[in-house]
Ligand binder design. Structure first.
Ligand SMILES: Nc1ncnc2c1ncn2[C@@H]1O[C@H](COP(=O)(O)OP(=O)(O)OP(=O)(O)O)[C@@H](O)[C@H]1O
Ligand SMILES: [Mg+2]
Length: 246
């Protein structure tokens, strides 16, 4: 089985003037390809710190972090930002779309920064828009989309690089319960197709959809369990949307 991410005895310390904060105090876990993990824990337990490490936004103080077979904890800043831009798919609570760009152009943004935009990439971005159910919205801008549709754009964008995993940070935090269920159904479908998903969430109802739940407490793994009572997302049917006038 291939490994998407592996953390080995990861410690993260923040050195302040008066004290050292030990935000992660020796965390180890492996995420095989195809896993669907929810990371939970109380405020201050180290979730954001862990997310920043998984997203290659920061390096651990001690320990090794492998993406595939590469040890990211040994990389310099340039290597880190390259791997972050090219091999991690980020999905944020606030979507982080560029308002002036269309759906397809937003999906293409990660490629643009790498100078990899061409006719083939444009075609792939259109296919990704279709994959997330936005085939009829290719030329719309974010303000013309609902929150759930905007998050679909962000999810399509996260896939454009063929990432090691999708890293979702409270991805449904801004969405109502019906839209949350739709986004969770999309994650489940992508996961069924082999995509690896790691999401941080405060909500038990969201975490209940993951295959596995990791709980942090005081910078340590409190538990790491397979979710035997996993809930499968069942989006409620919506009435068909009226076509927008152009
Ligand atoms: N840049 C920093 N400098 C100093 N201490 C930090 C820094 N970032 C986080 N910490 C500390 O590390 C610990 C873990 O913080 P972290 O942000 O990872 O928690 P969290 O689980 O994401 O909490 P929340 O649910 O409130 O977002 C906390 O004690 C926090 O105060
Ligand atoms: Mg946090």
């Amino acid at each position: 089985m291939s490994v998407a991410a592996q953390m080995v005895d990861i410690k993260k310390e923040y050195v302040l003037k008066s004290e050292t904060v030990r935000a992660l105090r020796g965390v180890s876990f492996t995420v095989p390809e195809g896993d669907y993990v929810a990371i939970m824990g109380p405020s201050g337990s180290g979730k954001s710190t862990l997310l920043n490490l998984l997203g290659c936004l920061d390096r651990p103080t001690f320990g090794s972090f492998y993406l595939g077979t590469d040890d990211v904890s040994k990389m310099n800043d340039d290597q880190l930002s390259h791997i972050r831009a090219s091999r991690i798919g980020f999905v944020f609570q606030s979507y982080n779309l560029i308002q002036q760009l269309t759906v397809v152009e937003n999906i293409e943004v990660p490629l643009y920064y790498q100078g990899r935009v061409n006719a083939a990439s444009r075609k792939r971005c259109r296919e990704l828009a279709q994959l997330v159910g936005l085939g009829q919205r290719l030329d719309h801008r974010p303000t013309q989309l609902s929150g759930g549709q905007q998050q679909r754009v962000a999810i399509a964008r996260s896939l454009v690089n063929d990432p090691y995993f999708i890293l979702a940070d409270e991805a449904t935090g801004n969405l109502d319960s019906v839209t949350t269920e739709e986004i969770l159904a999309l994650f489940e479908r992508l996961n069924d197709e082999g995509r690896t998903i790691i999401m941080v969430t405060h909500e038990d109802e969201v975490a209940a959809h993951a295959k596995r739940v990791i709980r942090l407490r005081d910078g340590l793994l409190q538990s790491d369990i397979q979710n035997e009572t996993r809930i499968h997302a069942k989006p409620k049917p919506r009435p068909p949307e009226p076509e927008m006038a152009h």
